[in-house]
Design a protein around this ligand. Structure first.
Ligand code: HAM
Length: 421
């Protein structure tokens, strides 16, 4: 997770995005209005937050199922329209969706999220996709994924299309599975990416969304695709991709696993020009993307990508007797301060069982200090892999360990940035 975060932060900074953190829960209306009352996320997956005093009242708050609606709420509330536009923001954090947990689907999961708010231009759509692509490339999983892209037109285009779709299904409702019959009434567009075979067969002869797009949307889409080609980004046009949230218009896209497809998309996004107005702000175009961190990490594991293990123990300090223990505390502090990963002085166990512990912690070296060694001013240094040990002067313990580990492998923590003057 740390490795993913670093890649996201790095690419975000390169492209001028600033970090934003929003609260874990919001007024439920933010999600209901933005994501849509009849979407799976709002209808079935919102976790409500109740206070103990008001537990019998309708909940006012909900845990965030995603980051976009909260970021837009924040954009409005903090007057970010006064800033130079577009405002580019990124966020990383936990989200919550109530669902039956299964592989790649958790009730608490993490998203990394990019948003470009305040300007509408096909070049921004292409730039956003490019930033996401750089992250996936840094994480060495790009070749396992396929970019799916579609343009779902304006809200008016979709109203006309939905009418045509409903007309088409008149008299055919009974052939639809129960869930899709319900969707036909509440959110007919969701039929397009239904996983039900019967629905998909019927849809083959149904009207297609792209027949209802206006010229501007078509042109917009063609320009986005042209820019993607210019950037050398491969994509697959997917006319059934509609995404499960109501706030989208025009460009929508997802990154799919090349084998499992729509199941467990590793991320998705799109243009959501109406959202800020739906939340009570001025008309403000925007586009964004969110990736699922657990699914990203899973892809990395499948690809055999191993982030470096930064938690390796260098030294275990074993001691016997009160005087030795006291001396060790200082030694441990000095080693840590030099950047050596050190644990020790853990209890009153015998030297033998401390050595066993050192082995279990996978320490490269052990420093042993008993009462005799304290008196003589020496310490025993044991190389755990070689199984060899020698006595060295106590004062040489820190420099000797540093020599063995290598200066470049020390984990020194310095705050590079100065805090003010
Ligand atoms: P979304 O497609 O709902 O889009 O979620 C984005 C990603 O979050 C998914 O592709 C998936 O990787 C991950 N994800 C979603 N639900 C779960 C879950 N239950 N368990 C594990 N991972 C999950 C959005 O959330 C939009 N806000 C994206 C966006 C940003 N659109 C514009 N800006």
């Amino acid at each position: 997770m740390t490795y993913i975060k670093k890649a996201v932060r790095h690419r975000a900074r390169q492209a001028g995005y600033k970090r934003i953190d929003t609260p874990m829960f919001e007024n439920r209306a933010i999600f209901e209005r933005g994501i849509g009352e009849h979407t799976d996320i709002v209808e079935k997956e919102l976790f409500m937050v109740n206070s103990k005093q008001k537990s019998d009242e309708k909940s006012e708050f909900a845990l965030r199922p995603e980051l976009t609606a909260s970021i837009c709420r924040s954009y409005i509330e903090h007057g970010m329209q006064q800033l130079p536009q577009p405002v580019e923001l990124y966020a990383i954090g936990p989200c919550f969706r109530h669902d039956r947990p299964q592989k790649g689907r958790y009730r608490q999961f993490h998203q990394y999220d990019f948003e470009i708010i305040g300007l509408r231009d096909p070049s921004l759509d292409a730039q956003l996709i490019h930033v996401v692509r750089m992250v996936l490339d840094d994480l060495k999983i790009l070749s396992r994924l396929r970019l799916q892209i579609n343009n779902i037109g304006t809200a008016e285009n979709r109203v006309a299309y939905i009418e045509a779709l409903k007309d088409f299904f008149v008299g055919k409702e009974r052939n639809l599975p129960e869930l899709d019959q319900k969707r036909l009434g509440t959110n007919p567009l969701r039929l397009l990416d239904s996983k039900e075979e019967d629905t998909q067969i019927l849809l083959k002869s149904a009207p297609k969304l792209d027949q209802f797009l206006d010229d501007e949307s078509r042109e917009y889409h063609a320009t986005v695709l042209d820019y993607l080609e210019g950037l050398g980004i491969k994509y697959e046009e997917n006319e059934t991709l509609v995404r499960g949230l109501d706030y989208y218009t025009q460009t929508v896209f997802e990154y799919w696993d090349e084998n499992t497809g729509a199941q467990n998309a590793i991320g998705g996004g799109g243009r959501y020009d109406p959202l800020i107005e739906m939340l009570g702000g001025k008309e403000t175009p925007a586009i964004g993307f969110a990736g699922g961190m657990e699914r990203t990490a899973w892809q990395m594991k499948q690809a055999g990508v191993m982030p470096p293990d930064k938690d390796q123990m260098d030294v275990f300090v074993a001691q016997l007797g009160p005087e030795a223990k006291r001396t060790c505390l200082d030694l441990i502090a000095k080693l840590r301060n030099k950047g050596v990963h050190t644990i020790g002085a853990l209890g009153e166990a015998s030297l033998k069982s401390q050595m066993r512990l050192a082995d279990k912690f996978n320490a490269k070296y052990t420093l042993l200090l008993g009462q005799v060694e304290v008196k003589e001013g020496v310490i025993i240094l044991r190389d755990m892999a070689a199984g060899k040990q020698r006595k060295i002067p106590y004062d040489k313990a820190v420099p000797e360990i540093i020599k063995l580990i290598g200066q470049k492998n020390l984990d020194t923590y310095t705050i590079k940035d100065h805090l003010g003057e």
